[in-house]
Design a protein around this ligand. Structure first.
Ligand SMILES: [Cu+2]
Length: 125
């Protein structure tokens, strides 16, 4: 009888754990729907003179409705500024993050308005 109670107890515990994990994964699912694809990009340390290597990866290739999150990993301020003005982070201090979502199939050139030789490319498929 004690064994039965113990067995039922562990079934209950398993169910509880299962429900707990189901809850977590449905949260992740909602998160995934809100961010169908998030691509992380970085502004490299000492990127001022790195030209088209300053933003990594370059080019950034994403599906339509994908998002890109750029982090300024340098010790000085930079920006992520579309050449034709479609997006602009403004001045990003070190460790600041800028995110943009792309709803059209096309390519974008961007650069750093503080160091215009820093250039990158987003390609939306
Ligand atoms: Cu810069």
């Amino acid at each position: 009888m004690n064994n039965l109670v113990t067995a039922l107890g562990s079934v209950g515990m398993s169910l509880f754990v299962f429900v707990l994990f189901s809850g977590l994964s449905s949260t992740n699912f909602v998160e995934a729907q809100n961010h169908p694809q998030l691509t992380n990009a970085t502004i490299l340390l000492e990127s001022t003179n790195l030209g088209d290597k300053a933003y990594q990866p370059n080019p950034i290739e994403i599906p339509v409705w994908g998002s890109v999150s750029w982090t300024n990993d340098d010790r000085i301020a930079h920006s992520v500024t579309a050449t034709e003005g479609e997006f602009d982070s403004g001045v990003m201090q070190p460790d600041e993050v800028f995110e943009s979502t792309f709803d059209k199939v096309r390519g974008f050139e961007y650069y750093c308005m503080l160091h215009p030789s820093m250039v990158g490319h987003v390609v939306v498929h």
